[in-house]
Design a binder for this molecule. Structure first.
Ligand SMILES: [Zn+2]
Length: 254
């Protein structure tokens, strides 16, 4: 059976002299692995070797979901020309891609996550040069990471203490907020001693996490703090630190 779908390439490996194995994140079918026969030939029907972030409409044959699908068509849309020009932005995109690959299962569709990833790549690619480009990219990365956690059903509770359920708003005057990865959410000052893995949050970071609309306008220091917590949280969930995390941490740990 042939299936047509919108797809973004999130991983490639060489299979032979002329062919690749490509992982696509597709809009309607979720993540799929496919063999792209002849993709490395100069005159391949896929416009040459397939690279990560390549996106467009694919057609694939998936006779058996246990095995690799066979890619039969790939109409590549214009790529993200600016992504490679700034190393930090590229690292953030590769990090988002790695998380997307690690946190999703084959043939488990998440159309909103697909749209969010495409939107993230476009926004990073089309961002205007501002005084603080690193801050802007970080805000986009955090927004995508929170969408990813939400889509896979692992979004932490940020609007109240996970333990005693006191709402964040009721404690707005307090300065004591913590995050616990094992409890998957916010911990208030009264409950913190029961959570040995807690990490202290600044008031700004706690406010942003309780109301994610604030992330796009947050200052760089707050965003860096939130990103460090998210990296810690993804590391706990995956039980290893994502490979790209160290490149992002290097730029935000001062
Ligand atoms: Zn509490």
């Amino acid at each position: 059976m042939l299936t047509k779908d919108l797809a973004i390439c999130i991983r490639t490996t060489d299979f032979s002299e002329t062919s690749q194995i490509v992982t696509f994140f597709t809009r309607a079918n979720g993540k799929i692995g496919a063999i792209a026969k002849g993709s490395k030939r100069p005159k391949s029907k896929f416009d040459g070797p397939i690279e990560v972030f390549a996106q467009g409409e694919i057609v694939f044959a998936d006779s058996n979901k246990e095995k690799l699908a066979t890619l039969t068509e790939f109409q590549q849309q214009p790529g993200f020309a600016q992504l490679g020009k700034d190393l930090f932005a590229l690292h953030c995109c590769l990090f988002a891609m790695e998380l997307l690959n690690s946190m999703t299962d084959d043939y488990d569709p998440h159309p909103e996550l697909f749209d969010s990833f495409l939107h993230f790549l476009r926004n990073v690619d089309e961002r205007r040069t501002t005084d603080n480009e690193q801050r802007d990219v970080m805000a986009l990365l955090i927004s995508f990471q929170l969408t990813l956690l939400k889509e896979v059903g692992l979004i932490p509770v940020f609007d109240s203490c996970v333990n005693c359920k006191t709402s964040h708003g009721a404690r707005a005057t307090s300065n004591e907020f913590y995050f616990s990865s094992s409890a998957n959410g916010l911990i208030c000052g009264d409950c913190e001693s029961s959570f040995p893995d807690r990490i202290r949050l600044s008031k700004n970071a706690a406010n942003c996490l309780a109301d994610v609309k604030k992330i796009l306008d947050a200052d760089e220091k707050t965003l860096n703090e939130i990103e460090k917590i998210l990296i810690h949280h993804f590391t706990e969930i995956l039980r290893h630190q994502p490979k790209m995390a160290k490149h992002v941490l290097k730029k935000i740990s001062h």
